[in-house]
Write a new protein. Structure first.
Length: 644
């Protein structure tokens, strides 16, 4: 119920005994009535007794417009207008859409449920003329409706007389030549000029009933049957309240041999000559529970290769051969058939037989190798066919350049060379192939050729030497690569200081110097290498430089002398090193007594003796030495002092 007006200032709400609702509007000075809705009426099409009307079911929606739960104590339907279902209505697209109204339904405030009612008249007719039926469905009293205000749905319909109409049955079969053991579908279509018949249809093979009677759906019934023998099939319609029973046409069904599908597979669609290939023919089971038996013949083109028996559990037959020729072979499988299965062939299968592919493996006897060293490469060509070794030749390549070739012997070929360039050389072996083996190339092998490592030998002459003397150092760099002498230069070092350099000639370089210092000098020589030879250093050599030994002479003047006069002593230290004058000091001795000391200047030192008494005095001088010169002692001079 809906009140279609606007309330300005409602004062109260009241309900009378019939369920009508009243609203008082103070501001508008009005009393509004919301009358109880008129019960709906459902009218159904004319329907024969015992049948369901063509417009059934029809529905009514019940809504709880109050604010409390609405509880149905019961729902009452008349016999000729039964309820149609009471389950939750479900939409395939949207899911549950509404609840059916059933006894003890509890509708929450604002909820709805649906009454679904059909017309199925069973009342006895007073005469042969149609009778109008008018009844109602009642929603009995509940806690929200006062007594005597139960809700009703008016129902009307007309029942017609039960005069039946003739029917016709048309029978069809999915096939009239089925394979033994396989089912066929029989379909009976029952028609009439006065509507669509209902009821059941029974199917027969000869006089034997096939299964159970099948209910018609929109005039059609069907069943699935597996016939054990050839014969006729028929269908019989049972009739219903409006339509008479009838029989169908007969259909002759003839059982025939099954036609199996034959498929042919190979263990390897592409195989190598000489290797075994297994062909498998699979014969399908068409008759349920009955597998094909017999044999399968295998052919290459028109040539029979052999045959195999069909396995009763798997339906497969196999044939193996290693005698197929190189190339494309057209293989066929022909099934012989048996008492229940017809002969059948598999589609052709192309079996490609290729030359065997032998794996070529390349190894080096020495990797890395030094420049000029001989390296031997071995190519091993593996047998891919049992008992058949590859024959032919193998080329050995450095990059794309063919170095040489060798003939296979027991699957191996070797090649030796000492001409590889310094660096990374990519070596490969290319097998030429033969009548059964295809040509093949090994993976590239990186042969690393390092520069040859010579020996550098350092000698010095003289050793030891005197400071300032010329010393000649000689380095000999050995020839490791036959016919190829080392070239380049040699650097000399004295300690950590660079000494000088020299160019090799015939593997020999020399360096001379007069600048070595007194003591032990560590001298090394490093060969810088060239395109064929690596850098190498000699062992260190200790060059010993000794101090020079000068000549010390003493000159006394005058000699003889007098007691009253002075005696001049002069010590001269000779220069033994060109350009290097001795330095330091000398001591003058009178016997064992130091008579004086003098500092060298330009290699000369002097002293004076006085007050000598008459007599003879042994005089000499001793040089203390310096950084370049060793100590030295002069000759002894006898100084005579006379009275004269």
């Amino acid at each position: 119920m809906t009140l279609a007006t606007k309330l300005n200032y409602p004062l109260g709400v009241a309900r009378d005994g019939l369920g009508n609702i009243f609203f008082a509007d103070w501001l508008g000075a009005q009393l509004y009535e919301l009358p109880r809705a008129t019960p709906p009426t459902l009218s159904f099409a004319k329907t024969a007794r015992g049948s369901v009307s063509t417009d059934s079911p029809q529905t009514v929606t019940v809504a709880n417009i109050g604010n409390q739960e609405l509880d149905f104590s019961a729902l009452s339907y008349p016999g000729d207008f039964p309820e149609h279902g009471s389950q939750l209505e479900v939409s395939p697209e949207y899911g549950p859409v509404s609840n059916g109204c059933i006894p003890d339904t509890a509708l929450s405030a604002g909820a709805v449920c649906t009454l679904s009612i059909e017309f199925n008249p069973w009342a006895a007719l007073p005469s042969s003329s149609p009778a109008a039926l008018s009844e109602s469905a009642t929603l009995t009293t509940n806690t929200l409706n006062v007594a005597g205000t139960a809700q009703k749905v008016n129902l009307t319909g007309t029942e017609t007389t039960g005069v039946k109409t003739d029917s016709a049955v048309a029978l069809t079969a999915s096939t009239t030549t089925p394979v033994p053991g396989t089912a066929i579908t029989l379909t009976a279509t029952v028609t009439s000029t006065d509507g669509t018949p209902t009821g059941t249809v029974s199917f027969y093979a000869g006089q034997a009933l096939i299964g159970k009677a099948v209910a018609l759906a929109k005039g059609v019934a069907s069943t699935s049957a597996t016939l054990s023998a050839s014969g006729t099939v028929t269908a019989s319609y049972s009739g219903d309240q409006n339509f008479n029973a009838s029989n169908s046409n007969s259909i002759t069904v003839t059982l025939t041999k099954a036609t199996p599908a034959v498929t042919l597979t190979s263990s390897a669609a592409t195989a190598t000559v000489g290797l075994n290939v297994t062909f498998t023919a699979s014969v399908s089971t068409v008759i349920k529970g009955t597998a094909p038996t017999g044999t399968v013949q295998f052919l290459n083109g028109s040539t029979v290769l052999g045959s195999g028996n069909v396995n009763g559990s798997t339906g497969k037959a196999t044939y193996a051969t290693s005698a197929l020729p190189v190339g494309a072979n057209t293989i066929t499988a022909i099934y012989s058939g048996d008492s229940k299965y017809q002969q059948a062939s598999a589609p052709n299968l192309t079996e490609t037989i290729n030359l065997a592919v032998a794996a070529v493996t390349l190894t080096s006897a020495k990797n890395p190798a030094a420049a000029g060293a001989q390296v031997t490469f071995t190519a091993a060509v593996a047998s891919a066919i049992a008992g058949v070794a590859p024959t032919g030749t193998v080329q050995f390549l450095d990059g794309n350049t063919v170095m040489g070739s060798s003939t296979l012997s027991t699957g191996k070929a070797t090649y030796s060379t000492s001409a590889l360039a310094v660096g990374a050389n990519t070596i490969s072996a290319r097998y030429s192939g033969d009548g059964k083996y295809a040509a093949a190339t090994s993976k590239g092998l990186v042969e690393t050729v390092n520069k040859a490592t010579p020996t550098a030998t350092l000698t010095a002459s003289p050793n030891p030497a005197t400071v300032g003397a010329q010393v000649v150092f000689t380095v000999t760099v050995s020839t490791v690569i036959a016919g190829v002498a080392p070239t380049g230069s040699v650097q000399f070092k004295v300690g950590t200081a660079s000494g000088g350099s020299a160019t090799l000639s015939g593997g020999v370089a020399t360096w001379s110097t007069t600048s070595l210092k007194v003591g032990s000098n560590t001298v090394t020589a490093t060969y810088g290498g060239d395109n064929n030879y690596a850098t190498v250093a000699s062992k260190s050599l200790t060059e010993t430089i000794n101090k020079a030994t000068p000549t010390l002479t003493l000159d006394v003047s005058p000699n003889p002398g007098s007691p009253t006069g002075s005696i001049a002593l002069t010590a001269t230290v000779s220069t033994a090193i060109s350009g290097v004058v001795p330095t330091g000091s000398v001591k003058f001795y009178n016997g064992a007594i130091v008579a004086g000391t003098g500092t060298l200047s330009g290699g000369i030192a002097t002293a004076t003796l006085k007050n000598l008494k008459v007599g003879t005095y042994p005089l000499k001088t001793v040089y203390a030495g310096d950084g370049n010169y060793a100590t030295a002692t002069s000759n002894t001079v006898s100084e005579v002092i006379n009275n004269k």
